[in-house]
Write a protein that binds this ligand. Structure first.
Ligand code: ATP
Ligand code: MG
Length: 446
């Protein structure tokens, strides 16, 4: 079993985001210039790109008529894919919307107060994005930040060994580098948290932050317990090493359950749904990058359906922008958003046919009034561990199970769909039926 999916020193990432693979002539080093300045090719699947007269073409689509563009330059549709960048975590601080408070809290807790960090939140809520940006700030403070994603089959030895090997020799007393290397080499499957602590104790000249992403994929109680012990040992020994554990809402409970006194050594940050303004900013900045903009009703519809999820906002926004591109316009209207939602739903239903069929049944009225189902889905989508911490009432589990049955993951806390991305699709489908009945009455907005 592979222990880690990847390692990257954040400093290395910040100075070489292309990982050594660059477009020719140094182009693409500045993302904004790369996206805004280059001529684009036409895209065969978008007839508007090559049309003439009558149609108001987006500037990039007109650019698309240019010949002789560099082979690596993106097409008009590619520009939209790149601008909305649905599948990659954010890594530039200016692209992280609505998380200033969380980044500041993590920095002050981990860097200044020397706590360990826990970043928790639902799938796609921006945990990795948050820790990447945190890592960039920490790196600017001269801190060595090591990052890796956990795998379900990882053992304690495999998990730690990978990190220990990444610690730069300059962090260790020059007279002790050989000893340090030997200890790292002999660190193996059976090694204990005490042994790891004694290696970390040799770090003298740097602060080290170790980010364990996808920590919720670790289900082995032995590993959870060893990590909890390690965190406590490191704190008690006042070592210059901090861990940041990243995972679903249960990640925090799993670790603290093992060592309740860890509570005193941990700063916890959660990626609750983004505020409306942050969703609007996010959509605006993505659209800007590909020379488009959302109409006010289009923006509002996206915000309502995304329920504060940056993943859904980007995905639905991307499909909506592609719909506008097909019309040959730079304004993404409510109608384009509806088309984008329909496209997104169809794409998703190929991955999750059962939930999709259930949502169709709900929205068709086959189970009675769809409104209470949609309201429950919205509450699930908007639930966060912040809300739970604040003692606000979680949606009623019985009602949720009654409504959505096997699609629900009872063990999640707060309760969630097994496919955590699902609730927004029910809301999307509901809006689509609402819009289609409005369309029949001829009242769709721009
Ligand atoms: N604050 C934000 N502002 C703008 N975009 C964001 C923000 N947070 C996340 N995103 C975008 O949302 C998507 C999901 O983000 P990310 O991968 O960081 O989430 P995650 O919680 O780590 O997901 P997973 O649970 O699947 O690992 C990415 O496309 C990312 O670019
Ligand atoms: Mg992630």
């Amino acid at each position: 079993m592979i222990a880690m999916t990847w390692y990257m020193n954040v400093a290395q990432f910040a100075t070489d985001p292309f990982g050594g693979r660059r477009p020719p002539d140094g182009q693409g080093e500045d993302d904004g210039a790369f996206l805004d300045g280059e001529p684009m090719n036409g895209d065969a699947i978008y007839p508007a790109d090559g049309a003439s007269g009558g149609l108001s073409l987006p500037s990039f689509a007109r650019d698309g008529l240019h010949v002789g563009r560099p082979a690596w330059a993106p097409s008009a549709a590619d520009r939209i894919y790149q601008a909305f960048d649905v599948s990659q975590p954010v890594d530039q601080p200016q692209d992280l919307r609505g998380r200033a408070k969380q980044v500041a809290r993590l920095l002050s807790g981990v860097i200044h107060r020397r706590n360990h960090g826990i970043v928790s939140g639902p799938r796609g809520s921006g945990k990795t994005s948050l820790v990447r940006v945190f890592g960039q700030y920490a790196d600017r403070e001269g801190i060595v930040v090591l990052y890796a994603a956990c795998d379900g089959g990882t053992t304690f030895g495999e998990l730690l060994r990978g990190y220990l090997e990444q610690i730069p020799p300059s962090s260790v007393d020059p007279d002790e580098v050989d000893l340090f290397d030997q200890r790292v080499l002999s660190f193996g499957l059976e090694s204990s948290p005490h042994q790891a602590t004694s290696i970390f104790a040799q770090i003298k000249y740097s602060q080290v932050v170790i980010v364990l992403d996808e920590f919720d994929r670790v289900h082995d109680p032995v590993l959870q317990s060893k990590v909890a012990s390690l965190l406590k040992l490191i704190s008690d020994a006042r070592l210059p090493v901090r861990f940041v554990l990243v995972g679903g809402n249960n990640a925090f409970l799993d670790v603290v359950r093992e060592h309740p006194s860890l509570m005193r050594h941990v700063t916890r940050v959660s990626t609750a749904p983004l505020a409306h303004e942050a969703v609007f900013e996010l959509l605006g900045s993505c659209a800007d990058r590909c020379g488009m903009h959302f109409s006010a009703p289009g923006n509002q519809l996206l915000d309502e359906v995304a329920c504060g999820s940056p993943y859904h906002a980007r995905l639905f926004g991307m499909h909506a922008a592609l719909a506008a591109l097909r019309r040959g316009d730079t304004e993404v209207t409510e109608q384009d958003v509806a088309e984008g939602l329909a496209e997104s739903f169809e794409e998703w239903s190929a991955l999750n046919g059962d939930d999709a069929a259930m949502f169709h049944a709900i929205c068709s009225g086959a189970r009675g009034d769809p409104a209470p189902y949609v309201e429950l889905a919205r509450r699930i989508a908007m639930a966060s561990d912040d809300e739970q911490l604040a003692g606000r009432s979680a949606p009623d589990l019985e009602a949720i199970e009654g409504a959505f049955g096997p699609a629900i993951d009872r063990s999640a806390d707060p309760v969630a769909f097994r496919d955590a991305t699902a609730p927004q699709y029910l809301i999307a489908l509901h809006h689509l039926s609402r819009l289609s009945s409005r369309e029949q009455k001829g009242t769709v907005r721009a």
